[in-house]
Write a protein that binds this ligand. Structure first.
Ligand code: NAD
Length: 347
């Protein structure tokens, strides 16, 4: 039985704890959090756990760890765990700089440890179904993808909205398309706090010709998780807030016919059926956790390996470096700084 410990029992940690306690072939044995209130909450919920306030005291009690701490701490904690020969599942994103992600990937290889990143959506049935549809050619030539991920909060302390929310959409795009973008940029604005974008629009261009637009915001009255994929043959609307039928495939499009005479062109609009394909109701977090345990057992590379997590961070850096950021009010317009910085997520 693999002994697993959890680092961080804040907002997201309890969800991982629940999935961990349900997963097979492992035992949730320890939790570490320097915040006594958070640690006590974990120990009350799971009375058999060993509790620690410092990770160095936990290594001897576990074979693997799950890291659900603030992003700025991911590198230090993951590196320490790997140096102690522990398998690691780190929450997204892998670390706050691609150079640090690269170090973690190499360290995991040297120590022969599994390194996986918690890009949860890659384990979600609608995202997997959309990938099947893209790969099967059912959409035809994929033209563009438009993604919206907006809601009210949760404002993060150490990252802006791109590093908190767009990280999901970037991981989904890399998984669907299987290629790295050749170009990317973003516009953001600090509406509520100075120096931290709470809304941003990210644009990416891929070698296959696909273009993608990602809208992310912590400042929106309604929760929206809506993605549209437009192909030459079919179109998909994926709405993750729908209780059922999260994926709808539309047999719709526009066909351009060869001109019969000089100067003539003809467009026809196809208005075919809409189909909502069957989706399994597997819980993504449980699938992710079981995959982590299985990869440790078999030595196989996880679907969201350290190398995959590194690519996501490289794209985050690409769009962050080119972010044009606007201040909290237009009266401060003379203070506008067009950031062409070092790609760091830190405000
Ligand atoms: N996959 C998802 O959908 C999803 C959703 C939300 C958050 N997350 C990720 O989960 C991680 C945590 O986010 P959160 O919202 O729970 O943050 P949070 O601030 O609510 O909780 C972080 C916890 O980590 C603890 N902590 C800080 N330093 C620590 C250390 N050195 N060792 C052990 N514990 C430490 C804090 O005391 C706190 O309890 C982030 O990486 C975030 O990106 C993922």
């Amino acid at each position: 039985m693999l002994r697993v410990g959890l680092l961080g029992f804040g907002y997201w940690g309890p969800n991982l704890a629940r999935a961990l306690s349900q997963a097979r072939n492992c035992r949730f044995v320890a939790c570490c959090d320097p915040d006594p209130e958070h640690l006590n909450r974990a120990l009350q919920q799971y009375p058999n756990l060993l509790g620690f306030s410092r990770c160095n005291d936990m290594w001897a009690s576990v074979d693997a760890v799950i890291i659900a701490t603030p992003i700025s701490t991911h590198f230090e904690l993951a590196a320490a765990a790997l140096k102690h020969g522990k398998h690691v599942l780190v929450e997204k994103p892998l670390a706050h700089e691609s150079a640090l992600c690269q170090q973690l990937v190499e360290l995991a290889e040297r120590r022969r440890c599994t390194l996986m990143v918690g890009h949860t959506f890659i384990y979600s049935p609608p995202v997997i179904k959309a990938k099947d549809l893209i790969q099967s050619g059912s959409l035809g030539d994929l033209y563009y993808v438009s993604l919206s991920r907006v809601n009210l909060g949760l404002y993060q302390k150490d990252v802006d909205v791109v590093w908190d929310l767009a990280v999901h959409d970037i991981s989904i795009l890399l998984y669907w398309l299987g290629e790295m973008p050749i170009g990317g940029t973003s516009f953001g604005r600090c509406c509520v706090q100075r120096n931290k974008n709470d809304v941003a629009f990210v644009w990416l261009q891929f070698p296959s010709g696909v273009i993608a637009s990602i809208e992310i915001s912590w400042l929106s009255p309604q929760k929206m998780r809506r993605t549209t994929l437009i192909g030459s043959q079919r179109m998909i609307v994926y709405d993750d807030t729908e209780p059922t039928d999260k994926i709808k495939v539309y047999d719709r499009g526009v066909d351009l016919h060869e001109p019969q005479s000089f100067g003539e062109f003809q467009l026809t609009y196809r208005m075919g059926d809409m189909v909502a394909p069957y989706l399994s109701n597997a819980e993504p977090l449980l699938v992710e956790m079981s995959h982590f345990i299985e990869c440790i057992d078999t030595g196989e590379e996880p679907d969201t390996s350290g190398a995959f997590g590194l690519k996501v961070v490289q794209v985050l850096e690409m769009v962050t470096q080119s972010t044009q950021s606007f201040p909290s009010s237009l009266t401060e317009f003379d203070q506008v700084a067009i950031h062409r910085g070092n790609g760091s997520m830190m405000p």
